[in-house]
Structure formats: structure tokens, C-alpha cells
Design a protein around this ligand. Structure first.
Ligand SMILES: Nc1nc2c(c(=O)[nH]1)N[C@H]1C(S)=C(S)[C@@H](COP(=O)(O)O)O[C@H]1N2
Ligand SMILES: [Mo]
Length: 264
């Protein structure tokens, strides 16, 4: 019950912050345009009408479909830990430069930087790590959110295998849609909270538009910290690193309920 209360309260705060933010800075989205059917094809045929966007975009930011063909045998969970889950087709999604399609067969995740044992992991390698499930709300800083069941390995397990060096302070998430690192998280936060990468959503293999092969389940952080389409995780000691949205002033801490923007 406390969970629900916090969620409702948080949503109120976010909505207020989001309306303020919209007046000041580009929103953490391409544009809340209504979804047009052309987006279902994944082609760049729809038009964005807003001029607030800091990058050139070609796709609507929010959609309510799943683009992957269903994996045989998978059944979507409707409830987890006594809580009703938001069905995937009612969950929204954001993509600042359109949906990325990553091929399961050729995919490799590189873990490098301040590590003694740089790794390249295939999709199956990731599935071979112990899989942890969590019930978690995703709260976009724009004010929308949903609750889902997320399943995947703990980042700490991957980092242990890569032998992360003492001096490392942050993990930088390099993604298929952004050059130079989409976002980052503190290693202490990742280890203390046992942050997982979500390979399954409500027991379903992550759809392309949701970040296949996985999305960082950055619990208690605003949605822009939930990196999708990750190809490389770089361990770094550069605490001044700022990711894509953070570079536009969005809070690097990004705690849900906290300020959306950093005060200069
Ligand atoms: N690589 C990448 N990750 C991303 C984004 C993006 O545009 N590119 N959008 C972020 C934002 S703003 C939000 S709210 C969440 C939304 O997650 P969902 O699309 O899975 O619902 O993904 C985040 N992760
Ligand atoms: Mo977001």
C-alpha cells in the first residue's frame, strides 16, 4: 500500500515538474505527438510537428505496439508479487532517434574501460547469468509511467566477470542511437541496489522498441536513465561524464520525485 501511495505522490510531483520543465527546456522525448499508424512499420514516414526537439527526429516518441514477432511459448504475465502489471501494449515508449533493430544472432555486448578482463558477451551469454525478477515502476520525467515485471542478470555479476578495477566510479552506457555514451549510473548505486538489465518484460522477450536486447532497470531513477539498445558498457572514473539528456541539463542524479533539472 505504501508503494501505491508513493507512486501516486511521485506522479503528482513529476506532472508538476514536467509542466514546468516543458516551459524551460526540451522535453525528454521527441514529441508527444499522437501515434500514427505509419510508425508500426518502423519506417520514418511520420512527421514531427514540435520544434522543441534538440535533435532531428523521424519517428513519434510514443507508441503502443510491440514490433517483435512473439517468441513461441512465451505468455505475458498479468500479475507479479500480488500487483497487477501494466500490459505491454499499454506501456508507452520513448526513442530520441527512432527504434533500433539489433540482431540477436550477431549481437555482442562489450564491457571495457577500467576493467582487468574486458568482455564481449553474446545474447546467450547474458541469458546464462542468474536471472533476477523485479516488480518496478518506470516513471518518465514527462509524467507518464507504468509498472512491469523485469527479468535479467544483475550488472554487478557482469562487472565481477569483467573484474572492474578499484578506481572505477561510473558505468557509461553506449547505445545504438547515440554517439559518445547515452547515459551513466554510479557504480555504488548499481551494486547497492542490485540493478538488473531487463531482458524480459512481463515474461516476454524485450520488443525492439523497448530496447532489445535489454533495458537497464534503473529503479527509482527517471526513465531517461533506463538505457535501451546498449552495445557497450564502459567503466570509468570520470564523475563529470554527462549523458545525452543530462547534457541538456536533466538531473544526473535523476531520483524519481527529485528535481528533473540540475540547478546551474
Ligand atoms: N538508447 C535510448 N534509451 C532510452 C531512450 C532513448 O531515446 N534511447 N529513452 C529513454 C526515456 S526518456 C524513457 S522514459 C525510457 C522509456 O522506456 P520504454 O520506451 O521502454 O518505455 O527509455 C529511456 N531509454
Ligand atoms: Mo523519458
Amino acid at each position: 500500500m505504501r508503494f501505491r501511495f508513493v507512486l501516486v505522490k511521485t506522479k503528482l510531483i513529476i506532472t508538476t515538474l514536467a509542466s514546468l520543465a516543458a516551459l524551460l527546456l526540451p522535453a525528454c522525448t521527441s514529441n508527444p505527438v499522437s501515434t500514427s499508424l505509419s510508425s508500426v512499420t518502423g519506417t520514418s514516414t511520420s512527421t514531427i510537428t514540435s520544434s522543441t526537439l534538440p535533435v532531428t527526429d523521424t519517428l513519434p516518441s510514443t507508441t503502443t505496439y510491440t514490433s517483435n514477432p512473439p517468441v513461441p511459448g512465451e505468455v505475458e504475465a498479468t500479475e507479479f508479487m500480488g500487483t497487477k502489471l501494466t500490459p505491454i501494449n499499454q506501456q508507452r515508449n520513448n526513442a530520441l532517434a527512432g527504434i533500433r533493430h539489433i540482431d540477436k544472432e550477431t549481437y555482442v555486448l562489450t564491457i571495457d574501460g577500467l576493467v582487468d578482463n574486458p568482455l564481449t558477451l553474446t545474447y546467450d551469454d547474458l541469458l546464462a547469468f542468474p536471472q533476477i525478477s523485479k516488480l518496478m515502476p518506470l516513471d518518465c520525467v514527462e509524467g507518464w509511467g507504468f509498472t512491469a515485471k523485469w527479468t535479467g542478470p544483475a550488472l554487478t555479476e557482469l562487472f565481477n566477470a569483467a573484474k572492474v578495477q578499484q578506481g572505477a566510479k561510473i558505468a557509461i552506457f553506449h547505445t545504438a542511437d547515440v554517439q559518445g555514451g547515452y547515459s551513466s549510473l554510479d557504480l555504488n548505486y548499481i551494486n547497492d541496489r542490485t540493478i538488473i538489465i531487463g531482458m524480459k518484460l512481463n515474461d516476454i522477450t524485450l520488443p525492439d522498441e523497448r530496447g532489445f536486447p535489454f533495458q537497464v532497470v534503473a529503479e527509482s531513477k527517471y526513465g531517461y536513465k533506463w538505457s535501451k539498445w546498449i552495445t557497450r558498457i564502459e567503466l570509468s572514473d570520470n564523475e563529470y561524464f554527462r549523458g545525452y539528456w543530462e547534457g541538456y541539463g536533466y538531473n544526473n542524479n535523476a531520483d524519481v520525485g527529485g528535481p528533473a533539472f540540475e540547478t546551474p
